[in-house]
Design a protein around this ligand. Structure first.
Ligand SMILES: *[C@@H]1O[C@H](CO)[C@@H](O)[C@H](O)[C@H]1NC(C)=O
Ligand SMILES: *[C@@H]1O[C@H](CO)[C@@H](O)[C@H](O)[C@H]1NC(C)=O
Ligand SMILES: *[C@@H]1O[C@H](CO)[C@@H](O)[C@H](O)[C@H]1NC(C)=O
Ligand SMILES: [Zn+2]
Length: 956
């Protein structure tokens, strides 16, 4: 919509509704000029998305009257009215600009300190600018700086269906009596508060909020950031609840939930405020695990930050809502954190181990946000990592203190370090701190860089400055910036002061912490350290370059300050993570004792860099991996690096596969996790060459024999969580590759389950997938029924994955059509679609048929316009799994029927990328297989090869 049409539309509506109170002063409107557009908008460009800081809000009183389906004329809408105390911070302010993305502004008035109306421009008292979500109020004379004005706005809006578009939205569940229960809640992070009420919707505009919510009388399950101060009835059928004032906080943290039946399902009242777990009526009694997580993590952070939750603000609650629908895993709204039920209703008899562990990191992450995010907030989303990187770091490292049995400190590597190494090795990667303006840019900044690289950077920094100084730095940062926004320099100052006070960098010569911080926060990428050892003298020549995964990218001269740690055969100390040296130059030389021996750099892979060695040293490492106790996280590091070195053309396949020979004896989770990842990457590129793939699979299965035997098919009663995880990963992969014993065992367990036997959740993932992959229509129907009748969201999600494993095109189409129904919740639809592509390339052709025949329904049901863009992602993901025939078909369909669609460009570029992958596979298949043969274990090969071939022939 152009500005002119918009302009007249607002004018027309305003006149039509007779909302010009300013006429009371007598002047006819034609003596006034049409107000000029404020400069913030006329200057255009992306900067125009940011609000001017010339007016700030102080306190909001917000009345929201929610209408459910009892309101037949306009069901699922709301009427709002708010009163905001504001102040001008600069002279000459003649426009008040704030955000609004509500449906309709009905009334707007401004009052001065004395309560008298302030005159607005009578021709155009206010206007909206939808492309920026702005509401612009046009004054006749400037505001007086530093005095309070009160802004009144009446408006109306709609309740979104489902969680995907955030704002105020409604979800549902079926209660024990079979009634559908609708609840309404909010998800505002990062810029959806403006959908609920006009406001200054940027994190730095911290203010206090007082909510007043009205709903039909039966809706008494109401929760928010703070407790209810009092309530009254409106007429005979409605109730209005008045909540206490919140602390000064960013608007994205405001939240509420209104329902008939949500209730406290677990509570610990020995805390102030009491810790409460809230959920739908039919999970009552299932909240104890979640309560335990929240209680322990609250206890931990109270002690760690020395700013206990109870002292932060007298009105805050400590509620944790578990919602059947939620767009993300959890959101840290202050006083009322919300989680997706899938991740928080944990029952060891029903929940797989990986989800049980994830729930601990999730609760820990959200609670860490109370301090890093809520109390102190990144000033703007260009530093999203200051919220998310710290929360992610504490999500693992904090939770590890309270739940040591999960070894989350070690899992940090597969979760955050590996993601960062993968993602940040591309040319288009951005630094932790980088400019964002538009909503789409803001959404994209809630991704791998902010969460994973942020967490990795925080951990690396703590290693360098020591845990004690790190903790002190966190406390300085929180204490100095509480209830305020903070930028990267506030954080740097807190760290620098703590470091100076503790003199904690004195062991390093010429190490400039400010420069270290500047580079890692403000430059993209990470380095590879090339190590060249002179085995006679012991001299180790180090050289660093930025690492790019693509073999064709020229490296840059950027220097990263690298924390150096290393072990040698004669002096191994892998658990010592304090760097002995900070390498701040392109080249450096270190000396170890003379004489030939292996060396391995980057203890426990805590530093964000890869390592490559000279040939001789690699040979020594390869030998050591077979017969020396190298720490398992460094074994994992080597596997991870070797795959990346092969992929980026720095190491031949034969060298790489030679080093990887030690995997034959390997049984550790972390090592197999990265190995399975590396093998999968190669397998995907061989998917169109069935014979090569079968041979490659038999090579992998030969290597897995040991670990399969070590974990066994039957979980033992008190095994360590990491063993359960290993089994889960290894069996899923081995069964998918057709390992005979694995397949047979899983099928028999699936049949036992059909006969009513309880199956341990630690092996369910694999039993579901294998049972269905090799099963009948009856098996499929059985699992479908089991899914529909389950009360456990996490088990349901595993069953969904199982159903998607079918190799029957008819059943796969049934499955895909099922994803279009409400039984697959909207936040699960994209994942469910992805599960269908995990199988072989025949499945992908079926998915393509489904997409071609149902694209309109997919757009609606998967919520095309949700910020996460699930339809774009689904169409891109499809391309990655098609063979050449499928890609041609797909491209042809896109070009002839979809050229006007929003996904056209991104789908076409993913087709081009997929073709590149296939070509890479074709060109490298022989080389990979030769390398694999060179180090192959022949045991079981011929048998598994036959099985795999047989499996392929049944599905062709
Ligand atoms: C405000 O407006 C007055 C009068 O137009 C002008 O003299 C003054 O410089 C302006 N102040 C600022 C900060 O723009
Ligand atoms: C403005 O309003 C706030 C909140 O009611 C109050 O605390 C403050 O004292 C007021 N400031 C002035 C200058 O009146
Ligand atoms: C440390 O690095 C910063 C830039 O990151 C620079 O401004 C400062 O001068 C450096 N300090 C020393 C002592 O070199
Ligand atoms: Zn977070």
């Amino acid at each position: 919509m152009s500005k002119t049409t918009l302009f007249s539309l607002v004018l027309f509506l305003a006149f039509a509704r007779g909302d010009f109170h300013q006429f009371a002063w007598g002047q006819p409107y034609w003596v006034f000029d049409i107000p000029e557009m404020p400069e913030v908008i006329t200057r255009g460009g992306e900067q125009a998305y940011r609000l001017p800081k010339t007016v700030v809000p102080i306190i909001y009183d917000i009345y929201i009257h929610l209408f459910f389906d009892e309101n037949e004329d306009s069901p699922f809408t709301y009427d709002g009215w708010e009163s905001i105390i504001i102040q001008a911070t600069a002279p000459n302010v003649t426009h008040i600009i704030l955000h609004s993305n509500v449906d309709f502004i009905k009334r707007l008035n401004l009052y001065n300190e004395q309560g008298s109306p302030v005159r607005l421009n009578p021709i155009l008292p206010f206007q909206t600018e939808p492309s920026y979500h702005f509401l612009i109020i046009n004054l006749l004379s400037p505001l007086i700086v530093g005095v309070n004005y009160t802004l009144h706005i009446g408006y109306s809006g709609s309740i979104n269906e489902g969680p995907m578009k955030k704002g105020i939205w409604r979800g549902w569940y079926i209660d024990d009596e079979g009634n559908e229960r609708i609840y309404v809640t909010t998800h505002f992070q990062p810029y959806m508060t403006r959908q609920a009420f006009p406001c200054w919707d940027e994190p730095e505009f911290k203010a206090a909020f007082r909510l007043h919510l009205s709903a039909p009388r039966s809706y008494r399950g109401t929760f928010s950031n703070t407790g209810v101060e009092y309530f009254n009835f409106i007429g005979t059928d409605r109730i209005i609840e008045h909540f206490r004032l919140t602390p000064k906080m960013s608007p994205y943290l405001v939240t509420f939930l209104v329902s008939e039946t949500f209730q406290v399902i677990a509570e610990n009242s020995s805390f102030t405020p009491p810790i409460r777990i809230i959920g739908r009526s039919n999970i009552a009694g299932l909240g104890d695990h979640a309560l335990d997580l929240v209680v322990k993590m609250t206890t931990f952070y109270d002690e760690y930050f020395q700013m206990p939750y109870s002292t932060l603000h007298e009105n805050l609650t400590n509620d944790h809502v578990i919602s059947p629908d939620w767009e993300s895993a959890g959101t840290e709204n202050w006083g009322m954190v919300s989680y997706r039920e899938l991740f928080m209703i944990i029952d060891p008899r029903e929940t797989i181990m990986s989800t049980e562990q994830y729930s601990a990191t999730l609760a820990s992450h959200e609670l860490a946000h109370i301090w890093f995010g809520n109390l102190v907030t990144c000033q703007w989303w260009n530093n999203t990592w200051m919220n998310e990187g710290f929360a992610s770091y504490f999500g693992y490292i904090g939770a590890n203190e309270m739940f040591p049995e999960y070894r989350l400190d070690e899992q940090f590597n597969s979760r955050y370090l590996k993601n960062t190494l993968d993602f940040d090795s591309r040319t288009w990667s951005s630094p932790l701190n980088h400019a964002v303006y538009t909503p789409e840019q803001v959404t994209n900044n809630f991704g791998t860089i902010s969460y994973s690289k942020g967490a990795v950077f925080v951990r690396m920094t703590a290693d360098i400055i020591t845990q004690e100084t790190f903790r002190k730095a966190c406390r300085y940062f929180l204490e100095r910036n509480k209830f305020k926004p903070a930028d990267q320099y506030d954080l740097l100052n807190a760290f620098s002061d703590a470091i100076t006070e503790d003199n904690s960098l004195s062991i390093y010569q010429h190490f400039n912490f400010t420069e270290y911080y500047r580079v890692w926060v403000n430059e993209p990428g990470y380095p590879i350290l090339n190590v060249n050892v002179n085995h006679v003298t012991g001299e180790m020549a180090l050289h660093q370059q930025r690492f790019f995964i693509s073999a064709n990218t020229k490296t840059t001269g950027r220097i990263y300050p690298i924390p150096i740690t290393y072990s040698t055969a004669r002096s191994a100390d892998f658990e010592n993570i304090r760097p002995i040296y900070m390498m701040s130059s392109e080249r450096a030389v270190l000396n170890k004792t003379a004489g030939e021996e292996w060396v391995i750099f980057n203890h426990l892979q805590h530093g964000l860099y890869r390592v490559n060695y000279d040939d001789r040293t690699w040979d020594l490492i390869a030998e050591a991996l077979r017969d020396t106790p190298i720490h398992h996280l460094n074994r994992a590091q080597i596997v991870e690096d070797v795959f990346a070195l092969m992929r980026s053309g720095r190491m031949t396949h034969s060298k790489g596969f030679y080093i990887l020979q030690f995997l034959q004896a390997e049984i550790n989770y972390h090592v197999w996790y990265v190995a399975i990842n590396g093998y999968s990457w190669l397998r995907e590129r061989l998917g169109h060459l069935p014979e090569s793939l079968a041979e490659f699979d038999s090579y992998i299965l030969g290597y897995m024999q040991n670990v399969i035997e070590a974990v066994d098919f039957e979980p033992s009663t008190n095994e360590e969580p990491t063993v359960s995880l290993t089994r889960q990963e290894v069996l899923q992969f081995a069964c998918a590759l057709g390992h005979k014993a694995c397949v047979e065992d899983s099928i028999s367990r699936f049949l036992a389950m059909r006969n009513g036997t309880w199956i341990d959740p630690r092996i369910r993932k694999n039993v579901y997938m294998t049972g269905i992959r090799h099963g009948s229509t009856e098996d499929f129907d059985f699992l479908m029924n089991r899914l529909l009748n389950s009360n456990y969201a996490n088990d349901q999600s595993e069953m969904l994955r199982g159903l998607a494993s079918t190799t029957s095109p008819q059943l796969l189409l049934r499955y895909l059509n099922f994803t279009l129904t409400r039984d697959v919740r909207s936040h699960d639809k994209f994942n469910a679609f992805g599960y269908a592509l995990v199988g072989d390339q025949e499945s992908a052709l079926t998915v393509l048929e489904f997409v071609k025949n149902n694209i309109d329904a997919i757009r609606v049901e998967y919520i095309e316009d949700a910020p996460l863009k699930p339809v774009h992602k689904a169409l891109e993901y499809l391309a990655e799994h098609l063979n050449e025939k499928g890609l041609n078909d797909y491209e042809n369909w896109l070009r002839t029927t979809q050229s006007k669609s929003l996904q056209y460009g991104s789908a076409l570029s993913s087709i081009a990328m997929a073709r590149g992958n296939l070509a890479w596979g074709t060109a490298n298949a022989e080389d990979i297989l030769t390398a694999a043969r060179g180090g192959a274990v022949t045991v079981a090969t011929s048998i598994t090869l036959l099985i795999v071939m047989a499996f392929i022939s049944t599905v062709v």
